[in-house]
Design a protein around this ligand. Structure first.
Ligand code: NIG
Ligand code: FE
Length: 408
């Protein structure tokens, strides 16, 4: 078959191995082909290899003039839809007030819930679109976006509708997640809220296909593992995957629950013990680390090095949100994972591509392989490691999705 396009002059063509039988549990290897070319047909990779071995025909050819190409990045964890800002929190934290204390006193996430409730869906789309554009421009071709600043059930549905509207406005693939973020302040109202989530919200979200997964923030100042278990049971009954914000500050059973219930990913993990690291490594759940949070909140970083050494599959996300990680660049998240979590450049790229794709239940994404979608990045330089070396300027020159250049 004739290719629609051949891209030649690729100094290094970099991709990772696909998921093995144990769905993501082992660390994948990177493959680097020097002096490479790739061919695209119908928005998919038709062929990729050493340039001298390409013998086919193509309708068009471009030369990237000795630049490296890597797979489109997958950002497996964002809260890109919000209104208002958290600059007061930022000031308070800089002068020593902890994030959890701000949350417990009705600020933090609660202040974003109030601001988000006061915005219309059109306003939320207008606020979120440039954030999605920023993620895309710095390399994300697949972006997970969570609800969670709605709180009221109708507001959570509204956030998911906003995310659906955003998905229609960007070329990036948007993966929506329902986040059950913080519980009612009155202890007596928690059980009724969980019942409403299980009996009304989740069936509605699943019925309208507004999300593919349900996430719960399991933490001392948020939900207990027992409450999350009820929510996850409902999610699974309705065919939705599950994932958790867990072990961010304390160990309250979220991680063990997630592994027991087959979560796609357990995210944060800053407070993870060595025993828990071993437990994740023995499971097929992806460990998603969020180095922007460690940087912004000054928390000890998640044990990325230890997780990989133990055999866990580690993904890296931006956690873009106004409170704990105002980080708009997935490339920078990888750069931080190297500096803060002890990943090698190779492990960071795997964490931002194939492992992140597995954390979203999309094992096709994040690789350059015949038959897979032609989502790739042309980097500024000839050595792909600049993607994780560069701080503060964008190492991504062009973003291609389904075989089309969407940003340059
Ligand atoms: O991933 N930890 C809980 N949730 C978000 C933060 C949300 C916020 O602070 O607004 C997180 O860190
Ligand atoms: Fe988060």
């Amino acid at each position: 078959m004739k290719a629609d396009l051949v891209v030649r002059g690729i100094s290094q063509l970099v991709t990772a191995e696909g998921p093995g039988p144990k769905h993501g549990a082992a660390m994948r290897q990177l493959k680097v082909v020097e002096q490479a070319a790739l061919a695209v047909a119908d928005g998919r990779i038709q062929w990729a290899g050493a340039e001298g071995e390409w013998g086919g025909e193509a309708a068009a050819t471009i030369d990237v003039e000795q630049r490296a190409i890597v797979p489109g990045l997958v950002d497996p964890h964002t809260h890109a839809v919000w209104a208002g800002d958290r600059l007061e929190d930022f000031d308070a934290r800089i002068s020593g007030v902890p994030y959890e204390r701000i949350l417990a006193s009705g600020g933090g996430i609660w202040s974003t819930i109030r601001a988000t409730a006061a915005a219309t869906q059109d306003e939320l789309v207008a606020l979120a679109k440039p954030r999605i554009d920023a993620l895309l421009r710095s390399g994300a071709t697949t972006i997970e976006v969570k609800s969670g600043y709605g709180f009221a059930l109708e507001a959570e549905i509204g956030m998911l509708q906003t995310i659906r509207a955003l998905a229609g406005l960007t070329r990036a693939r948007v993966v929506p997640t329902l986040l059950i973020h913080v519980p009612p302040k009155e202890a007596a109202e928690r059980a009724a809220y969980v019942s409403d989530v299980c009996q009304t919200l989740i069936p509605e979200v699943a019925g309208q296909k507004l999300a593919v997964a349900v996430d719960v923030f399991v933490e001392k100042e948020a939900w207990s593992a027992a409450e999350a278990e009820r929510i996850f049971a409902s999610a699974q009954q309705h065919g939705l995957a599950i994932k958790l914000h867990t072990e961010q500050f304390h160990r309250v059973g979220g991680l063990e629950l997630g592994l027991r219930m087959g979560a796609l990913s357990v995210d944060h993990l800053e407070a993870c013990s060595p025993e828990q690291v071993a437990a994740i490594a023995g499971s097929s759940t992806i460990a998603t680390i969020l180095p922007g949070v460690s940087l912004h909140l000054g928390l000890p970083p998640a044990p990325g090095r230890g997780l990989i050494d133990a055999g866990a599959a580690v993904a890296v996300g931006t956690d873009l949100n106004p409170g704990s990680s105002p980080l708009f660049s997935p490339a920078m998240a990888l750069a931080l994972a190297v500096r803060l979590n002890g990943l090698t450049a190779q492990e960071a790229l795997v964490g931002g591509t194939t492992n992140a794709a597995c954390a979203l239940g999309l094992p096709e994404a994040g690789r350059i392989e015949p038959g897979l979608p032609a989502d790739f990045l042309v980097l500024q330089g000839s050595d792909w490691r600049e993607l994780v070396y560069t701080l503060g300027s964008n190492p991504v020159r062009e973003v291609w999705i389904r075989g089309e250049k969407v940003a340059a």
